[in-house]
Design a protein around this ligand. Structure first.
Ligand code: FAD
Length: 501
């Protein structure tokens, strides 16, 4: 094992003379990953204690829509009942394209193989899923359907690599309360199963014995330190680090210049730092989910996105995180949408964008637009020439969203990072982000050190780890809660089965 890197978050187990609590599996963080780990461990007969820094469990998972990205194995029960088929290889092909070199092959395969079974498990908790799909281009259905496309499945290049299948599974209820529905259901199960939950209690140090095994935690409760012994293992499920200014400045200084942290107050990277303190390896720390929720309304997808040079840079039918990724790679993070009146309606998730140019002809728009002379006319002329044949030789927007921009009036809207305000975050400017880096784990949830050796007794899941989702470029809604709960269960299972000390 590597030498311990930091001492203030790790203490010698042998130095503790009195333990306030003794348990088999200690779970730090009571969001989606922690709850899944705890339920799995308690179901296997382990004594489980959960520490939660906030006054109640839920975390970002409860704030979320609880879309879970599930499929494979011929289809989930929900997909199958809607007549949809999804093979494991098809899902894996999609994941490989989505995550590219950042992806963890073992995790992708394990997830694709187990995702349909995971749906059965979630449903068995009493989470309601209506056998109905919402197939319009949207972020989350505000009606009560439970299945939708939540990624780039229908967009290029994904549609050339894998058969498009909707994989976003969302609890059924009118409105957007999926996360609360899921967390209420699982917390009720956990309470019934007898796990102990201690709220307002922050894990602050790991206990490591002379054999380098993690065997407990020091936590702060009521401004007093308590020592907790964990005979089988400690599961770190404390979420990401997007709210930790020091960490975001260290790992993603560029993104911070134009993006807005988005999550719960305690996305402070506590678990990541605890893991690092005992030699845990961190990976993917510079990567984040990013959001440019141009749609709904879906019809804005008929417009074309342009950079400050008046040139297109992406197929506009991509998922909102891919739109954000490529848009923010444009010079000065400046980007605009050219749209004709029949396709215009304000974005539902963004405050009204500034109209920087209008006109009854493209030339008139160009005369007011902040682009080099002639570029807008050339871009639109080339686009229209091919769109009228349902083709997009440059970016391969699908035929469904291709039509020439030839029905005036036209408007050019500015969505640049410096101008974009999410409806949910008034008073801020920039795409919303949360982190996708963290402790490196195996599919078992075991945390590894810098030599890729397992740190005995230490497990992690959710955004405290680098899990399934690794980049905004290939993110799909549901990859995070799906990953946190799926690998949370595996971490809980591993900890429960670990030989007790
Ligand atoms: C508004 C919103 C909507 C989203 N919608 C979706 C979606 O539909 N689908 C999707 O896949 N992803 C979605 N995401 C992302 C997703 O919700 C999170 O990435 C995921 O839920 C993280 O799960 P987690 O268990 O790792 O962390 P969390 O659910 O945040 O749980 C971590 C818990 O640990 C606690 N904690 C922190 N530090 C300590 C400590 N030192 N000691 C004890 N406890 C501690 C926290 O208080 C928190 O309760 C959304 C995010 C937001 C903010």
């Amino acid at each position: 094992m590597n030498p311990i890197l930091s001492t203030h978050k790790v203490r010698a187990f042998e130095s503790i003379s009195h333990f306030d609590i003794s348990t088999d599996v200690l779970v730090c963080g009571y969001g989606g990953a922690g709850a899944a780990a705890a339920l799995e461990a308690v179901t296997l007969g382990a004594k489980v204690t959960i520490l939660e820094r906030a006054s109640a469990g839920g975390g970002s998972t409860a704030l979320s829509s609880c879309e879970m990205y599930l499929g494979g194995s011929g289809g989930t029960a929900l997909q199958k009942e809607l007549g949809l088929e999804d093979s494991t290889e098809n899902m894996l092909a999609y994941l490989r394209e989505a995550l590219g070199p950042y992806g963890d092959e073992d995790k992708m395969r394990c997830y694709a193989q187990g995702a349909a079974g995971h749906f059965d498990w979630v449903e068995s908790l009493g989470v309601p899923y209506k056998r109905a799909a919402f197939l319009e281009r949207t972020v989350v259905p505000l009606s009560d359907e439970s299945l939708l496309f939540t990624g780039n499945e229908k967009a290029h290049p994904f549609n050339t690599i894998a058969k498009p299948v909707p994989r976003g599974h969302v609890p059924s209820k009118v409105g957007d309360e999926g996360g609360k529905i899921f967390m209420d259901a699982i917390m009720q199960r956990i309470a019934g199963a007898g796990a102990e939950v201690i709220n307002d209690c922050r894990a602050i140090a790991l206990l490591v014995d002379k054999n380098n095994r993690v065997c407990g935690v020091i936590a702060k409760r009521d401004n007093r330190e308590i020592a907790i012994r964990a005979t089988r293992g400690v599961v770190l499920a404390t979420g990401g680090f997007v709210m930790n200014d020091t960490m975001t400045r260290q790992y993603m200084p560029d993104l911070l210049e134009y993006c807005i942290p988005y999550g719960n107050t305690f996305d402070m990277g506590d678990g990541i730092q605890l893991g690092q303190a005992v030699g845990g390896q961190t990976i993917n720390m510079e990567q984040a989910f990013m959001s440019f929720p141009l749609y709904p309304p879906a019809k804005l997808t008929y417009g074309i996105l342009l950079n400050k040079h008046g040139q297109r840079y992406i197929n506009e039918d991509a998922y909102l995180a891919r739109l954000a990724h490529y848009s923010c790679q444009q010079a000065e993070q400046k980007f605009y949408l050219l749209v004709q009146e029949e396709d215009f309606e304000a974005s539902h998730y963004l405050q009204r964008a500034a109209i920087v140019a209008t006109g009854d002809s493209i030339a008139e728009v160009a005369s007011e637009a902040p682009f080099p002379a002639g570029t807008l006319e050339q871009t639109v002329s080339y686009f229209n020439q091919h769109a009228s044949n349902k083709q997009d030789p440059l970016f391969h927007k699908t035929a469904e969203w291709l039509k020439p921009l030839n029905k005036p009036p036209f408007a050019l809207l500015e969505y640049s990072a410096s101008e974009m305000t999410a409806v949910i975050m008034p008073g801020t400017k920039g795409p919303l982000i949360f982190t996708l880096g963290g402790l490196k784990t195996l599919t078992t949830g075991e945390v590894v050190n810098l030599d890729n050796e397992i740190i005995s007794g230490l497990y992690a899941a959710g955004r405290a780890t680098a899990g399934l989702p690794r980049t905004a470029k290939g993110y799909a809604s549901g990859m995070s809660v799906g990953d946190a709960t799926f690998f949370g269960r595996l971490a809980g299972r591993s900890a429960a089965k670990h030989l007790a000390i």
